[in-house]
Design a protein around this ligand. Structure first.
Ligand code: NAD
Length: 300
């Protein structure tokens, strides 16, 4: 059986899941898809996928089930709820959860899957929606190395760097460590732009100088938070995500809860999280997380 004879159920067709599912179809995989929003499913059906009315129905007959959902509660529901996928998955099939969720939930779901004879990999990604479209994501994998080796051709359709991080939960652990840097450095970039703006510094000049200086970072290079600096920045598209502020708040919540359980203080992460929580209060949850700048920008 060639790799593309594998039938795949893809659950969660949002900013990331939609382009990832499309890439798998373009590579020749047969896809059954489910999202709780019918319009998200329609977009994939137009591209040749088979629509399923539930996660359970999508999983029927699939050798691989991929979940790409907001958080652990959504993944748990999609797998173990009344219409969940797990009850339909045959022994020997594989579940790949690519969502960013907390390590304890991920490990618990891997145990539960194991009791059904289903193998699980946690495989969260980094690289934003552009990486999902281009297939250049970094994929951080936790679980059995042999299972990863078997599924690597499929994951290679989605990502360029596929890294085995360790046992179950190791992928999401590495992802949360990454999010601490991404979330706090975005706030630092926003503060830097807020100060520079009030001092009358040209935003394009700031970008050119800092991206060639010690302040250079991914948040700056992909998301200068004022329009007119970088065409591909969310700021140039009214802060359309990208990566939603609500998801960054969720990721920092997960990092803080995990750190608390291990008595590791994260004071900067904690302050950054407060700013993303303010985005929620201001109704900015669905904007890109770089819109955190709008909370800091000097008036006028
Ligand atoms: P999103 O909110 O755009 O999409 C999530 C999709 O899941 C939505 O279409 C929603 O309708 C669907 N959904 C929610 N609950 C469901 C359920 N129980 N059953 C079926 N469908 C359900 O989110 P996204 O940006 O695609 O992110 C997905 C995951 O990937 C998150 O964990 C996020 O943290 C992570 N992530 C996102 C990015 C990014 O740049 N957007 C980058 C890396 C990782």
């Amino acid at each position: 059986m060639s790799d593309i004879d594998i039938s795949v159920a893809f659950i969660g067709l949002g900013t990331m899941g939609r382009p990832m599912a499309k890439r798998l179809m373009a590579a020749g995989y047969r896809l059954a898809v489910y999202d709780r929003l019918p319009e998200a499913v329609d977009a994939l059906v137009a591209a040749g996928a088979q629509a399923a009315p539930s996660a359970r129905k999508a999983a029927a007959g699939a050798q691989v089930v991929i979940t790409m959902l907001p958080d652990g509660s959504h993944v748990r529901e999609a797998l173990t709820g009344p219409e969940g996928a797990l009850q339909e998955m045959p022994a020997g099939s594989t579940l790949i959860d690519m969502s960013t969720i907390d390590p304890p939930t991920s490990k618990e779901l891997a145990d539960l899957a194991g009791r059904h004879g289903v193998r699980m990999l946690d495989a969260p990604v980094s690289g934003s929606s552009a990486g999902a479209v281009d297939g250049t994501l970094t994929v951080m994998v936790g679980g059995d190395a042999g299972t990863l080796a078997e599924l690597e051709p499929l994951l290679s359709v989605l990502g360029r760097n596929i890294v085995h991080c360790g046992d179950h939960g190791a992928g999401v652990s590495v992802k949360l460590a990454n999010q601490i840097i991404a979330g706090t450095s975005m706030v630092a970039v926003a503060e830097s732009y807020a100060l520079a703006q009030s001092l009358g510094v040209d935003p394009r000049l700031l970008f050119d100088v800092v991206s060639a200086s010690s302040g250079d970072c991914w948040a700056l290079r992909t998301r200068p938070p004022v329009p007119g600096v970088l065409k591909t920045s969310p700021a140039d598209a009214g802060f359309r995500p990208g990566f939603k502020g609500a998801l960054m708040r969720k990721d920092l919540d997960l990092a803080l809860a995990t750190a608390a359980a291990h008595t590791v203080p994260l004071p900067v992460t904690s302050r950054a999280r407060e700013l993303y929580a303010r985005m929620t209060e201001e109704g900015l949850d669905d904007q890109d997380f770089s819109a955190v700048f709008t909370l800091l920008a000097p008036a006028g």
